[in-house]
Design a binder for this molecule. Sequence first.
Ligand SMILES: Nc1ncnc2c1ncn2[C@@H]1O[C@H](COP(=O)(O)OP(=O)(O)OP(=O)(O)O)[C@@H](O)[C@H]1O
Length: 603
Amino acid sequence: MFDFRKHNINTRGRSSGKIKTTCPQCNDTRGHKGDRSLSVDLDKGLCYCHHCGYTLHIPDDAEERRRQERIDRYRKSVLLPSHFRRPVFNASKTGRSEALERYWTEERCLRQELLDELRITEQREWMPQSEKEENCLCFNYFEGDTLVNTKFRSGQKHFKMVKDAELIPYNINGILGTRQAVITEGEFDACALMTATGRRDIISVPAGAQSNLTWIDRFVESHFEDKETVYIAVDEDAAGEVLRRELVRRLGAECCKIVRYGAGCKDSNEHLIRYGADSLAICLQQAEEIPIEGVATADDCSEQLRALYENGLQGGAETGWENLDAHCTFELGRLVVITGRPGDGKSEFTDELVLRLRLRHGWKTAYYSPENLPVEYHLKKIADKLLGRNFAPGYGMTEELYDQARQWLAANVTHILPGDGAYRIDDILLKARQLVRRRGVRTLVIDPMNRLEQDSGMTERDFIRSVLNKLCRFAQRNRCLVILVAHPRKVNRNEATGELRRVEMNDINGSADFGNMTDYCIDVDRNDKKQIVTIYIDKVRFKHLGSAGTCAKFVYNFISGRYFPCEEGIVHTPDGDSPGPVDTRFDNANWLKNNEEQGCLFH
Ligand SMILES: Nc1ncnc2c1ncn2[C@@H]1O[C@H](COP(=O)(O)OP(=O)(O)OP(=O)(O)O)[C@@H](O)[C@H]1O
């Protein structure tokens, strides 16, 4: 049973079939009142207005019940994070000047009633850009009835938000429990689409175009999981393209549609001002599907092709180990295999590699690392590296630093747990996909390969090939760097010297497919006699990212677990000269502090 009355739709006494009736959205403003422009499918609960483009799906009782349960669950469980400042909404300050209302309706062409509905206010605020007080239009960011943040925007287009307040999407209440959502790049654009379409399931990103979507994490499950369609209506410029790609990556291409604007307009509000409300509503109706996966032409990647043409191939992400960066840089969408003899430090090296990629490039990590459990042991090892010291009470360690490190780890590192036994690759990738969606994860570490459960009935070779295929596909689809730690088969000693030779790509247990199917192959080789760890780069598939057949040398620090770059030379000791590390570049700095100073602690 569909409740059409609740939506002011007159079904003219009918309860099944298809009818035409007046549109609740545009009838009052029509010259031709009473025109039956709304087509209604009474059996499916679907409505479409041929005049204003209004679409509505009325849920049936079961669907409505599920929706209500989801909303109730969110309301019961919602616990606003406590480490943000919460501004207070002053209900007495809701008056607005005539000048502001004129600006809103005449210059911005926005509906007057939105000012009240969205609780938009006006006040004088000190603005850092002009270093003086300016009159500001205030977009108040509510979650439920709680004011979470405010964006102040002055006539000079200066803006600021409340210091230390949480970033959340603008008008987040508007998409709770809806089947669709529209995401814009600014509050004015959200209001432009509300004006043009009458819909209220429209939110704006809080801080303009950027690829960092931490602000969405808390809402993915409660506000996005139920969406059939998400319209991405961000700016048509380079920064908007980055934002659009990240939103699609997080929310899933299957439910996203892209909104394009008319000639000369880069966003919704510009389009509304230039071409009018009906035309903007059509932009939404004609939003493009994301192109089918698996086929591509120069048209599908025209912007990327142009950028490549103009700038050439760029190196990948650097780690800050200058001796490694000279030979190997990392790119999202790729698969890295790390090997080495047992106990040579594959996990230690991998941990520092992903930590460095997080600190320099914001790539959050997910681990499937059964050998590093329990989780707290592994987190302690990462904390040692992060702080450049033993993560334990003692000189220089404070409760505040402990709390900061714990919060940083919670925000940036997630472990996929194996449950009772070994996990199948499909289970891990399913969890990893959820982490990409909900937490914005960019690096996935599987350590080690031999703790994956092999599918019964498969030969070892087929199993390895299938795992590598799945990892490559996951890396590409989710724009992640996937790192797989793999053990070599038994490596024999050199008969003359008795020394173990270094492991090479083709020594990896089980198959030569590793060498063929991965993008990078790195070997960790520890030599305790020399006190040197050599990182051999056996393969880099693309030459703009590095060169194979090279290596970088390090000294391993027992206390912090960090790898310090060095050269190999002759070390003079009282016992004589021997090969060992020289020119070691020590680094015991607290990286958490440096990162905080750059303002990217948790983002
Ligand atoms: N160069 C090194 N010098 C001394 N100790 C090291 C060095 N590298 C790693 N270790 C220590 O050796 C132990 C094993 O390291 P790690 O787990 O990283 O090795 P691995 O190659 O991943 O081992 P496995 O093959 O068992 O998975 C850890 O306790 C680590 O701290």
